[in-house]
Each structure stands twice: as structure tokens, then as C-alpha cells.
Design a protein around this ligand. Sequence first.
Ligand code: NAP
Length: 377
Amino acid sequence: MSTTSLYSRKNPFPAPVTVNRRLTAPGAEKDTRHFEISLEGSHLQYEVGDSLGVFPTNDPELVEAILKQLGFSGEEEVPAPHGAPVPLREALLRHYILTEPSKQFLEAVAARDTSATFLKDLLNPNVKTELDRYLWGRDVLDPLMEFESVRFAPEEFVKVLRKLQPRLYSIASSQKHCPSSVHLTVAIVHYESYNRPRKGVCTTFLSERAQTVPVFIHSAKHFHIPEDPDASLIMVGPGTGIAPFRAFLQDRKATGARGRNWLFFGEQHSASDFFYQEELENYHSEGLLTHLHTAFSRDQDYKIYVQHRMQENAEEIYAWLEAGTYFYVCGDAARMAKDVDATLHSIVEKVGGKTAEEAREYIEVLKKTKRYRRDVY
Ligand code: NAP
């Protein structure tokens, strides 16, 4: 019997994190992790292709450093974004963005320090690129350290901060395979900027601090699996883009769907970054995956990317498309998804014997008929 869940974005479910395991081997450049989060007792339902919304808290060390810089104890009472009064420390931990300074915050800093003329100049709407350049790699603490005499009343301070938002992660599991949990594949963000180590808000919340996380399901109908169990799928998911395709494969196995499945996965090194290797190879050997193509970009002295593997298999990709296959892409939007799209156009043009314009129209039809679906970030 299915029961409607009480939980939603407005009322997130406090979900225990039951697994937090590295997918990348020690020594790998990245720390990409597999999380399992229990939905037991929540009645939350998801479809493969959906995302999990996670409400993070900020890094306590960053909160303490900001409190110290501004001479606050943390006990001062301030309003949370929904209006209720909370101690400043809690407000900074749970409710406000600290990693990306708002324009309002910079204006407030500039107004409090007469020497901050360059900051005032940056806030001129005509020099947006320079403002973006200044903001790159800076958090709320940076301007406070640069203009160290700046002080705020506690309430004034939170007034110029924006509300902390939940993060969405593509779900890496099927509820038909694991009824009471949800899996995620997350690259943990760490970098150094202005001589301080920096941490991605939600990725380090999950990897370092989260025992229970407030979650909700974000439906992504545009990225669901086709209803037709006989439909064939081509899935291109390098890096964390593998997440929804692991879910698709679990789903297809659980339902016994007969459609063919073809996966392109890419990462830096096969020895350290082949996420879910055993699982995927098993799917391949048992026939659930008709093809499994990998592109390890740094195993040789030239780059091999997923789109190179697509090119090597251009004729078969085109034949699958002609037979009604659905083409899915998930992962990096800035570079990968653009290059995969260009490769798809070139395959349709070359193998299909079409002009560039005809190939563009062919792919337009794929999009309109929802046979070309993307979840890119
Ligand atoms: P990722 O950084 O997307 O890397 C996965 C694989 O894709 C690596 O082997 C990478 O190779 C390769 N790759 C790089 N450029 C590519 C391209 N143009 N076409 C196809 N493959 C390409 O993996 P991730 O860990 O999932 O990334 C996590 C998040 O960081 C994503 O949100 C991603 O968008 C973001 N990210 C963005 C940038 C950026 O500059 N926009 C950079 C890194 C990560 P190589 O690394 O060897 O080139």
C-alpha cells in the first residue's frame, strides 16, 4: 500500500546517512563518494532520473572565523530568513550563504570603510566582469579580513546575507532495487584560494559532518526513463554523471525491461576512478549492458574523452538512433555536454549522409520527441 509522504522541500525528512564511502582510490586526484541515505519511515517515493534535495549547514570553522573577525560571541539574537529569532551562530550555520558574498554585503562593507574605494568602484553596474573576477574564490570572510575595521550590528549583518539554498543531486539508485534508501555519487569540492583552504558547502557537509540530512525529492520528469520497456538507451555519463545511469540500470534490471542499454563512462584513471566498476562489468557480462565503453582521460599522454569513444562507434550509434533509441547525457555542462552534442551532430551528419543543417533538424526532432535528454550542471 502506498502512503503519501508528509515530507517535501518545505518540510524535509531528517534522513540518516548510512554509507559514506570513497569511490576514488587513495592517491586519486579527486575525492568522489558514494552515499546511501535512509528513507525508512518517510514514505518518500522517487523515480529514476529524479534528484535528491539536500539542505546543508555551513562549515563550523568558517562560522567561528567570521564571528571572531566581527567580534561577536555567536549568542546575539538575529532573525532567521523566515523571521523567527535565533542565535547568530545558528543563523550562520543553517540559514545564510557564507561562501558567495552578495552585492548587498559588499555595499555594506564599502559603506563602512572609507578606504574601500575600489570596492565601491566594483559595485558600479557597468563593471560587472571585474566584480565577478573579484568574487571568484572569495567568501564572506575575505572582504572582512581585507577591511578589518568593518563592524556590523548582528541584525544588520544577517540582513545583507542571502538565504542558504538546498542542493540537488541526481539520484544514483532505483527504489525498485533499494526500496528504503537513496544513493548519491558526489565529487567532494576542496580547493585553496587566497591562502586559505576552501570547502564546497554541501559536498563537505555530506562527507565530513552529516549524520542526519534534511532531504526532499525533486522530480525531474524531463529526465525520466522511457515508459516503453523495449526502448533502447544510450547513456553518456562521465564523472558524477554516472549517477542517474546506475539508477536506470538498477531499474531496468528490477523490471526485466528488454530494451538495449549502452553506457559511455569517463574519468581520469582506470585504476583509481572507475566508479562502480564491478557492478557495471557485471551488468555487461550478464547482458543488461549491451555495450560498456570507458574513456580514461589521463591513462595515456593524450586525452581520451567519452565523445572520442562515440566517434569510434559512430555507425552503430547512428543505427541505434535510427531504430528509435533514447539518447541521455549527464554531467559537466560547461565543456563535456557541449562537446558530446557537437559529436552527436557530426555522427548524424557523417554517417547519415546529411548536411549540417539536416543534422541539426534531425537532432531537433530527437529533442522535440524527448529522445535526447540532458541533466547537466
Ligand atoms: P568531470 O570534471 O566532469 O570529469 C570527468 C571526466 O570528464 C574526466 O576524465 C575529465 O577529463 C573528462 N572531461 C574533461 N573535459 C571534457 C570534455 N570537454 N568532454 C568530455 N569529457 C571531459 O567530473 P566530475 O568530478 O563529475 O565533476 C564534478 C563537478 O565539477 C561537475 O559539476 C563539473 O561540472 C564540475 N567541474 C567543472 C569544471 C569546469 O571548469 N567547468 C572543472 C571540473 C569540474 P580531464 O579532467 O582529464 O580533462
